[in-house]
Every structure is written in C-alpha cells, then in structure tokens.
Design a protein around this ligand. Structure first.
Ligand code: NAD
Ligand code: MG
Length: 341
C-alpha cells in the first residue's frame, strides 16, 4: 500500500528553524517562495544577475540575493531552475557553498537520477514535487488548500531528510492535499513516461492524427478542429471529476459503444509495444542522454520541431476559431501572467 502523508504527519517547526533559499522565481519558484514566507519560514529568493523577476519578488515582500550568496547563507536549498540549466548553475554557484548538514532539494528528479548533479556525501538530497503547475501551488495555498505532491529522499546524511522534506511540503500547502512517498527513480521515470506517452506526446499526436484524417477525407478543418481538439477538454474534465466510467455515463450510448469497441483498435498491441520501448529508453537513460546532447548542441531539433508544430494546420484553424471565443483566450492570458519569469 502506498504511503501518504498529511498535515498530522509533518512537523512545521523543522523548516521554520532553517534558512531556506529558493533558487529561481518561475512557475514553481514564485509559488514555493510566497507560500513558505506566509507559512513563517525564513526564505530568500536567489536570482541571477539582472533577472527581470527581481522587482516582482521584492514587490511581493521577498528578500532577493544572488545565487552563490543565497547558497552560502541558506542551509536548505530548493533548486527551481529549468531542469536543463540546473547542472551548470549547481557546479558554478551552489556546490562551492554546500556544507555538511545542508539540504539540497528538487521538484523533479531528472538531474539527480541521471547523475547530472552529484552532491557531496554530507548533504541531504530530497525532493518535494508538486503534481501541478506553480500557479496552482500558489492559488490553492491562498485558498486554504494545496496541490498533491511527491516526496523522496536520494541521500540521507542527517538521518532526518524525509522529516525536513515533509516539513517543507507542509509549508507550501502540500500536506493539505496529500504527499505521496516515492523515490527519485519512480518520480523521474513515471513523469517522463506520462508526458511522452499520454499527457503531451500521446495526446498531441492523437489529436493531430485525428484532425489530419478528417481533413484528408475532405471534411472542413473547422469541423475537424472542434471534434478532435476543442471537445477534448470537455471529455477530460469529466474523466478528471468522475473517472472513465463516469465520463461514459455522460456521453451517448452510441459514443460509449464506439469508445469501447474502437478505442482498443487505435491503441493496439503495436502502440503498447511502442510504449514499452519508450519506457525502456527512459529507464536505460537513452532519452536523458539524447536530450542532454540536444541541449549541448544548442537545441537544433527542438527548435525545428517547435516551429513545425506551430505552423501545423490544426494551429492555424484553431487560432481563428479561438479568436471568436474570447473567454478561452482570456483564460490563457491569465495563465501566462503567473508562469515564467
Ligand atoms: P520556470 O522555467 O518556470 O522557471 C525557472 C526560473 O529560472 C525562471 O525564473 C528563469 O528566469 C530562471 N532561470 C532560467 N535559467 C537560468 C539560469 N541559467 N540561471 C539562473 N536562473 C535561470 O521553471 P519551472 O517550470 O518552475 O521548473 C522548476 C523546477 O520545477 C524544474 O525542476 C521542474 O521540473 C519542476 N516542476 C515544474 C512544474 C511546473 O508546473 N512548471 C511542476 C512540477 C515540477
Ligand atoms: Mg510532470
């Protein structure tokens, strides 16, 4: 049985007795820093020289320092930079300031699991990974709730790493929702698998392939867009609220029969075999190696694919249709405002 922690399992006093540095003020960084501060934690935000987030963080009442300075001052360091930037910033500005007894924390396991960052033996290495975007970590906290999170320990030099991580999770509101005990390996591998196979890769490829099939057969791109992309949200909302059976309860019997008989033909044995291969590439480190090399080369393939994706007909027709639905684009605008930094 999985182990879940709630408020009663965390000691809020532990993290209040430490000096915490939140490195980065993006999606996760702003949410962690503000929630920690409001939970009574001595928190400082660390930004690079000339960062545009400095004013924002200071206006929110937070103390802002340089990264090396914050790493030196703090004894709990939460790294909330993009995963592809963490290793070089760690090497140059954090590692030189780590002392035995410090705690190095992450919100995703990639760099520890794939050994891009190898902290010294005297340091605790832990993870508190919210299972939701930063703006929700912030908003749910202000509403008295929290976002479910994962907690894991990769290195327990002090013998108290899990208690410290749980206390941190409590201070960002996560124990109000539930904190699941896991490992860096499980978090990293399932996170990559989920985004590649289901949530992002599988879903976008499915929507595009369905759209292309209808357009190729001569149907209007507008019809294809509504069918294969716009309606997805309505179905996903039902699954999110009530599971797959609950969603099926709300659709017509015709839709349900088509779902149950045709779905397994789309996601057939061949697709499942591909899923296993993708998982194997994640577990062997082959995906990580490929992505790290792509970054070192300046991201040529990433940029080309991003451009190609943005020019796809489903995007062109979608932009026109969404422009007629201002309630959707205003929601998007709100999201933009709170993420990135
Ligand atoms: P982000 O891209 O929103 O923010 C990163 C911040 O780092 C920005 O303020 C940016 O200006 C700054 N930055 C970028 N490069 C830098 C550099 N070289 N030196 C100094 N500062 C730099 O990142 P994020 O999405 O909040 O992700 C942070 C961590 O949280 C990652 O490990 C990610 O996997 C994890 N995570 C993110 C989410 C999410 O919802 N975005 C959810 C769970 C876990
Ligand atoms: Mg994820």
């Amino acid at each position: 049985m999985a182990k879940l922690y709630y408020e009663k399992d965390a000691d809020p006093g532990i993290i209040r007795g430490r000096k915490v540095a939140v490195i980065g003020y993006g999606s996760q960084g702003h949410a962690h820093a503000l929630n920690l501060a409001e939970s009574g934690v001595d928190v400082r935000v660390a930004l690079r020289e000339g960062s545009s987030s400095k004013t924002k963080a200071e206006e929110a009442g937070l103390r802002v320092l340089g990264i090396a300075e914050a790493a030196d001052e703090a004894d709990v360091i939460m790294l909330l930079l993009p995963d592809t930037e963490q290793a070089s910033v760690y090497e140059s500005q954090i590692a030189p300031h780590l002392r035995d007894g410090d705690v190095l924390m992450f919100a995703h396991g990639f760099n520890i699991h794939f050994r891009q960052i190898v902290p010294p033996a005297g340091v605790d290495v832990a993870m508190v990974a919210p299972k939701g975007p930063g703006h929700l970590v912030r908003r749910t906290y202000t509403e008295g709730g929290g976002v479910p999170s994962l907690v894991a320990v990769a290195q327990d030099a002090s013998g108290r790493a899990r208690d410290i991580a749980l206390s941190y999770a409590d201070a960002i509101g996560a124990t109000r929702a539930g904190v699941l005990d896991t490992t860096f390996a499980e978090e990293t591998e399932t996170d990559l698998f989920g985004e590649q196979v289901v949530l992002c890769g599988g879903l976008t490829a499915l929507a595009r392939a369905g759209f292309e099939t209808l357009v190729e057969a001569g149907y209007q791109p507008e019809s294809a867009y509504f069918e294969c992309l716009h309606e997805l949200k309505l179905i996903v909302d039902l699954m999110y609220e009530q599971g797959i059976s609950g969603m099926r309860f709300s659709i017509s019997d015709t839709a349900e029969y088509g779902d149950m008989t045709r779905g397994p033909r789309v996601i057939d044995d061949h697709v499942r075999q591909t899923m296993r291969q993708i998982l194997a590439d994640i577990r062997s480190g082959a995906f990580a190696e490929e992505w790290i090399a792509e970054n070192k080369a300046g991201r040529p393939r990433f940029e080309a694919l991003r451009k190609e994706g943005a020019e796809h007909p489903v995007e062109v027709v979608g932009a026109e249709l969404r422009a007629m639905m201002p309630f959707i684009s205003s929601g998007h605008q709100r999201l933009q405002d709170v993420s990135g930094g």
